[in-house]
Every structure is written in C-alpha cells, then in structure tokens.
Design a protein around this ligand. Structure first.
Ligand code: ADQ
Length: 755
C-alpha cells in the first residue's frame, strides 16, 4: 500500500442497507463521489464513515456493522429523530436553500440545529477514535460542516480536508443564518477547503471577514495559529463509465426508441432532481415561450424532461411537484396535437444507463438551474454525445458555466432569453462540442479526487509540529516540573488566561485565574506579559505577587516595584507617521487613531470590513516605505495596525526577564496570538530545551506543547500549582536577580489612553 490512509466522511455511505424479510441487504450506490473515490482508494487503506441509508434498530447494528466492514464502510447509525432534524430539518431546509441564495425557503429551528450538531459530533467521535497522525481525513459537503473543527476539539491533528459540493452564497445572504459563526468555525477546522469555483471561495472569504472579522488571501486564511488553504477544484465525471454504459442494451434501446418516435424532429433533454434550485418551472416557461413565439417548433420539437423525485417529505418539494405537474399539463394542453405532445415528463428515477441513451438521442441539452454548485448533467450530456457533438444551453448560475467553452450561457430567470437561445440551438445542424469534450475527458472525477488529496497533503506537510497536549501531571513533563528549583512562568493575558470578550474591558480575570496565579507565585517567578495598559493590569492583577509587562513589552513592573519603560514613540514617528494615520482615518469612515506612549495605532474594527482591509493594505505599504531603516516596527494585529519602537515587543520583554532571571532552570511560557510568537522565539533561542512553550487554541509550529483553550490551560496551571505545593522538599523562593538589576526605575507610567 502506498499513500497515506484516507478516511472519508460523507452523509451517505457508498452502500445502502435495506431490510429484506428477516435480514439486511447491502446495495452498492453508484453516486459520482463513489466513482471519484474508488480510484484514489486503490493505492491506500481507505474507510468511509456515513449513514447506511436506513434506520437500523439497536439489535441489528452489530450485524449491519459487520456487513459494511467488509466493504470498507463504517456506519453512523441515526435515530429517526436525528434523520429528521439533521438531514431534512437543518441540512435540507436551512443550509441547502440558503447556500443556493433562497433565503425565504430557509427555515431555521433550534431543534433541527441541535440535531445537526449532535450528528456532526457523532461523525467526529467516530473518526477521532480511528484517526492517526499520518492519516488524511476528507469531509464532504454541507451536511457535515462542523466536523472539521469538532475533530480538532477532540485532539485530531492529522490533515483534514473539506469539500463543499454546493455554492457558498454571497456574504449578504450567508449572514442571515442564525448560526453563521458556528458553521464557519466548523469548516475552518480543516487544513484545506475546496470549492467548485472561485466565486464560492470569494464569498467564503467575505463571510469569514464579515462574520468572524478574519482577513484572508485568495488561497489562504490564517486564523490564530492555524492556516487554512482554499482551493478551486471543479468536480468531473467518469467519461469511460459513460462510454461503457452507452454500449449497454438499455442505453441502445432508449436511444433508438426516442430517435424512432421523434424521427425528423428535434429532441431536447432535461435531467434534474426535482429540486427548486434546478429551475424546472422556469425551463418549462421558456419552452412554452418558444412554442408561442416560433410556431414551427410546436410539432417539430419535443422536450424530454426527466425529474428524479427528491426530498419528498419537505413541503417546498411537494409544492414544486404540484407546480411542475400544473405547468406540464398546461403547456401540453395548449400545444399538443393528435400526433405530437411537446413535453414528455418522466417523474422517476431512471437508471443511469438509460439516461445515457437519452442524452445520446438529444440534439440539445437544456440545463438551466437557478443556482447549482457545479451540475454534472451538463458534463454527462457532452460525454455521452462524444464525437456526435451536441448543443448545451447552460445557466450562467451553474458552476459548470465557467468551465464549458462553447456552451450557450443563459440567465434562467429571463424566459425570453432562454427561449431565443433554445430556438437558435435547435437550428444548428452539426454543433461542435469538442472543446467541452476535451474538458470533460481531462477533468475526470478521479483526477479531481487525486488533485484534492495532493493539495491536502501539500498544505499540511508543514503543519505537523511535534508538539503535544500540555499535561503537567504526566511524565516526562511532570518530573521536569517537580525537580525544577527556580521555575519561571511567562503568561500572556487575553486569550491565554482569559477567553476573549466582545468588549475588552469585560475580560477581567476570574477569581480562579487570580487564585492560580498567586498559588503559582509561591513556587515560581510569574509574569503576565500583555498588550494591555499599565492601569488595567494594575487594577486587575496589581495586588498579586507577580511581575507585569504592559503594552506588548513597553513597560515592566517587578513585584513591589515601579514601572520601568522602554522606547517610546516620539520624534520621527510622531511627525511623519501620525499625520499619515490620521489621513487614513479620515479617508476610512469608522477608522480611528489611538496614541499610546509605546505606539500609535490605526484601528479599523468599526470600518466597513472590506474597505477597511483594503485601506489597511495600502497603509502598510506606505508605512513600510516611510519607516525603512528607522527603529520602528509595524505590527499588524486583529483589525489594527500599530507603529511602535523596535525595542518594544513581547520578545524583548521576555529576553529582559530571562536576563534578570539567569538562574531560572525551567521556563514555562504560554500565549495565543501573533505578538506571543516573539516571546516564544526568545524563550526558544535563550532557553532551548529548558523551556516549555505552550500555544493556546491548537498546535503551533513554534511551540512544544498546546492546549485547546484558555480554560484547559488554567486547569493545567492549577494542577501545576498543586504539584509544586506537594513537593516534599520545597525549593527556595525564586531567586530575584531583578532587584539587583533594577536600575532604570522611572516611576509609574501615565495611564494608557483608550479613546
Ligand atoms: P446534485 O444537486 O444532485 O449534486 P448534479 O450535479 O446535477 O446535482 O448531479 C445529479 C446526478 O444525478 C447526475 O449524475 C444525474 O445523472 C443524476 N440524475 C439526475 N436526475 C436523475 C434521474 N431522474 N434519474 C437518475 N439519475 C438522475 C450536488 C450539487 C451539484 C454538484 C454535485 C457534485 O448540487 O451542483 O455538481 O453535487 O458535486
């Protein structure tokens, strides 16, 4: 076996279980995804987690599990309530219409959402129990959007990919979703997220910006320590399978019966699931318009419309069925003659082999969804017609529209335009579809899967650092901690000791955090190194026996001493930088300038997000030019750009503390954002193997350990304080070289202004 093991999560297994008398029967389902994955499954170990397509009572589950295991499938058993809430309720009644831009058909209920969360968690549990660090996990589609992040929360650290088979809607539409943050965060647990077209990537990026405030590049989103790569990978079909089917009897029979029945006439084919996104009523109205405006086609053209029954328990689908029935009746009533009926309506699941025969018989395919992630019917038609060539009238709102050179693109809402395009295409005698055929033959479904996995492997090669979860009571760390005689603890505040709050002033320390800090300080030298002002730190932590560093390293306060300041922003920065920032604030409604002693900051949290991000990029390039070879650094934080003296960073602060605490024989530092990386770097450089560097919120390439959240870190710090308290031979109090090194006391700094 070459290749890494692949674990696939998709709602439905490639095998459907059905109850047969007293036993169960396994039937292979032949979806596009099954074909796409069968080739990549060949060279590696492979397992597929999903729902077996039926409610299986508790007593039968072991048998069904065994039957499925033989086919590489691992069942997620769902109760009837789960199927209703997760599948019909949230997936198909909320996300499906919303992602297709149909907000008025999207009906959110709390109970359906809870079922969705529950079922996503079942998938995550099942996969987390199996996944090994070197595996690849590939999660499919909108039904399982929470799974990637849920896997991270369960400590899964292997490469996770996610592919969305349907459109991602514009951010205006997406923002109407009541659980918009959760769904985005769920997807962002992946290392690589794939879409059919760049339009969807761009919508996804805008949603991340507007909903979560996360800026991104066209192919990359950085969120905390994690990098999420984005890719455009339009799915394909298997043209060889189509060619094989075309040779079968059922296809040949279908072909010749249609050609005989409509000899001398033009055949138009429509093949869709009976879904409101597929634009079937609009298509029928366009055909009606053609018959009305161009009488010669009334008896010389037939529309064969196959509509597979779909989601019949959902109200909107029942309404759609009634509407389609009515339209077909009306048009046929109006234009039928004893010898000819213009619409042949087949409301059935037709075998794929028969469909191929129908495609082959058709002069024109009419594929006019009002919104469609990709649309495989367009590709199947071109493949089935092969060298015969064929006309494809294709909605510009199908993902396939970007990829089919030579298709006649139409706006499906414009009935007259579609009717006219259809009329034109019916006139063509030998349409050339060779360019489309080339695309279909090259972009096969298995090539698509290979490409996805190659991208997933490439994007994760770099992010598998050998860091481990922080567990202070487990060896070897426990022994190292217990035997440390002069330990030093350096902690960031926001996001590390405390989770973020919408309003920064609300994030005061919990009683538990304060108690743990003072317990730790009985056995170690403890510093909180924060971006907060001196005043805030004094107010929240000033009474504890710990050192404080404010404004990202601008000033340091040893226990019981006054604040010592480092470089301030003055002179050049004030004369040149301040006016520039003020000009950008004037040009960007909602942006503002903040002056601190250590820095000047340009905040754009309240500006229109896209414009703010654009202006921030402009400002950064101007600042870079202006500050070349000057002792200032430009820091890009969360929706803020700060210009500060090059000597003020958390790295410099950590360096200074390490210099003062030379005898510290063990250093533990923890942080969670970009500014903490400087601190991690300093500890790694100066203390190497004597340091434990812990990242909060996931793995980070610069750290040795990680915790899931600030709450987990606090728990571990609490255990650490207990561990030290239980030591039989208590170490001496932490050496305090600081007092000796204390030469630059300048008194307490003035309050930092937060305008
Ligand atoms: P679907 O919405 O299901 O897929 P589509 O891409 O057209 O849409 O695939 C439909 C498949 O079902 C085709 O293979 C077609 O042959 C088959 N089919 C349609 N009608 C049928 C009938 N009456 N009987 C039998 N078979 C029928 C979702 C997204 C799409 C995206 C795919 C793949 O909505 O936009 O292209 O996933 O990513």
């Amino acid at each position: 076996m070459k290749g890494r093991r692949l674990i696939v999560a998709a709602t439905r297994l490639p095998v459907t279980m059905a109850r047969k008398a007293e036993s169960w029967e396994a039937r292979a389902s032949a979806g596009g995804l099954v074909t796409a994955l069968s080739a990549v499954a060949e060279g590696r170990q492979f397992e597929w987690h999903g729902w077996p397509g039926a409610h299986v009572p508790e007593s039968d589950r072991p048998t069904v599990t065994r039957m499925l295991a033989r086919r590489g499938a691992r069942p997620i058993f769902l109760s009837k309530a789960d199927i209703e809430g997760f599948y019909a309720g949230f997936s198909n009644r909320v996300l499906w219409p919303l992602c297709h831009g149909l907000t008025d058909l999207s009906h959110f209920t709390q109970s359906a959402w809870q079922a969705y969360e529950r079922v996503n968690a079942m998938f995550a549990d099942a996969i987390a129990a199996r996944a090994k660090p070197d595996d690849l996990v590939w999660v499919h589609d909108y039904q399982l959007a929470l799974v990637p992040e849920m896997l991270r929360q369960r400590g899964v650290n292997c490469a996770i990919g996610y592919f969305l088979h349907i459109p991602f809607p514009s951010s205006e539409i997406y923002r109407t979703l009541p659980v918009r943050e959760d769904v985005l965060r769920g997807i962002l647990g992946a290392n690589f997220v794939g879409f059919h077209g760049y339009e969807y990537v761009s919508h996804f990026r805008k949603a991340c910006l507007r909903v979560l405030g996360i800026e991104s590049d066209p192919e990359l989103i950085k969120t905390g320590a994690r990098r999420v790569y984005l890719g455009v990978l339009p799915i394909g079909i298997d043209p060889v399978e189509i060619a094989d089917m075309a040779r079968q009897k059922a296809a040949k029979h279908e072909y010749s019966s249609l050609r005989t029945a409509y000899a001398g006439k033009k055949i138009i084919i429509g093949v869709d699931r009976l879904d409101y996104t597929k634009g079937i009523p609009e298509k029928l109205l366009a055909f009606e318009e053609l018959l009305r405006s161009t009488p010669k086609w009334r008896e010389r053209a037939v529309l064969v419309q196959v509509a597979a029954p779909s989601r019949q328990s959902v109200d909107e689908y029942q309404a759609l069925k009634r509407r389609v029935d009515e339209l077909v009746g009306r048009i046929n009533g109006q234009y039928s003659t004893p010898g000819h009926t213009p619409i042949v309506y087949i409301h059935q699941n037709v075998s794929r082999t028969r469909l191929v025969g129908m495609y082959q018989a058709a002069d024109v395919a009419l594929v006019t969804p009002i919104r469609d992630g990709m649309n495989l019917v367009a590709l199947e038609y071109i493949a089935a017609r092969g060298e015969l060539g064929g006309s494809l009238v294709l909605s510009e709102f199908a993902g396939a529209a970007y990829l089919m050179p030579g298709a006649r693109l139409v706006n499906p809402y414009n009935i007259h335009e579609v009717a006219a395009a259809l009329g034109d295409e019916l006139e063509r005698e030998h349409p050339d579809s060779s360019h489309m055929l080339d695309f279909v033959n090259e972009n096969t479904s298995s090539a698509w899967a290979e490409r996805f996995l190659a991208r997933l492997e490439a994007t994760t090669a770099e992010v598998l650092p050998a860091s481990r979860p922080l567990r202070v009571t487990q060896d070897p760390l426990k022994t190292r901690l217990r035997t440390a005689r002069h330990p030093l603890v350096l902690l960031d505040y926001d996001g590390t000791l405390r989770s973020y709050e919408r309003k920064p002033q609300d994030a005061s320390p919990s009683r538990k955090a304060r108690r743990i800090l003072s317990d730790l300080a009985k056995h170690a030298a403890v510093y909180v190194i924060s971006g907060r002002s001196a005043d805030t730190l004094e107010q929240w932590l000033g009474d504890l026996p710990i050192g404080l560093v404010c404004e990202h390293g601008f000033a340091l306060r040893e226990v019981g001493r006054a604040w010592e300041e480092r470089g301030t922003v003055a002179g050049h920065a004030l004369r040149r930088v301040l006016p520039l920032l003020e000009e950008f604030a004037r040009r960007t409604p909602g942006a503002m300038v903040e002056r601190k002693r250590s820095a000047i900051a340009w905040h754009y949290r309240s500006a229109e997000p896209e414009f703010g991000a654009f202006q921030a990029r402009e400002l950064l390039s101007e600042l870079e030019e202006m500050l070349r070879r000057r002792p200032f650094t430009v820091l890009r934080g969360n929706r803020v750009i700060e210009v500060r003296h090059a000597q003020t960073s958390k790295g410099h602060a950590a360096e200074e503390i390490l210099r003062r605490r030379r005898d510290a024989d063990f250093v533990l530092c923890a942080g969670d954002d970009r500014t903490d990386e400087d601190m991690m770097e300093a500890v790694a450089r100066l203390r190497g193997e004597h340091g434990v560097r812990c990242w909060v919120g996931g793995r980070h390439p610069m750290t040795t350990h990680w915790t899931e959240s600030s709450a987990t870190l606090l728990d571990e710090l609490g255990k650490l304080a207990e561990l030290w308290a239980r030591r039989t031979e208590p170490p001496g109090p932490p050496a305090n070289n600081a007092a000796r090194a204390h030469t630059r006391v300048r008194g307490k700094t003035s309050a930092t202004r937060r305008d």
